[in-house]
Design a protein around this ligand. Structure first.
Ligand code: 5GP
Length: 122
């Protein structure tokens, strides 16, 4: 599953401007936009512009500048969305056990209400 980067995944198409998004932030390394199916009052996705499937390949092969750029963008987006004081949760799914659906690395930024326990226990 997701062994090779799929140039036609939905976030690649958003990056190419083929599919619209509600943009929150853009810089040299990242694009941030609102999730189409929000799970909290604030649910924004931050993605690298490079072709990375998940944290697995990003952590191993992205440049230091790309990694710093993504993390800085997450902090910036949280501040832009007014979450600095109330707090927020970030989440990045990677691979089958995580239930990752879109095979382009994305960091979810959730906030705007108490978010409850970290994981639902079985
Ligand atoms: P994952 O399960 O891969 O961690 O999360 C994928 C996320 O992408 C989901 O929260 C889903 O709602 C969001 N998503 C899927 N397709 C689109 C789309 O076309 N546009 C936007 N803005 N979000 C999308």
């Amino acid at each position: 599953m997701f062994d090779e980067y799929d140039n036609n995944n939905i976030f690649a198409r958003i990056l190419r401007g083929e599919i619209p998004c509600k943009k929150v932030h853009e810089d040299e390394y990242t694009l941030a936009f609102e999730d189409i199916n929000p799970q909290a009052p604030v649910h924004t996705l931050v993605i690298p512009k490079g072709r990375y499937i998940s944290m697995k390949d990003f952590s191993a092969t992205a440049s230091d500048a790309e990694i710093a750029g993504l993390i800085r963008a997450v902090g910036k987006v949280a501040a832009m969305k007014g979450l600095k004081e109330s707090g927020y949760r970030i989440l990045a799914n990677a691979g089958p056990n995580s239930h990752q659906e879109v095979p382009h690395l994305h960091i979810h930024v959730f906030g705007g209400q108490p978010l409850g326990p970290m994981l639902v226990k079985k």
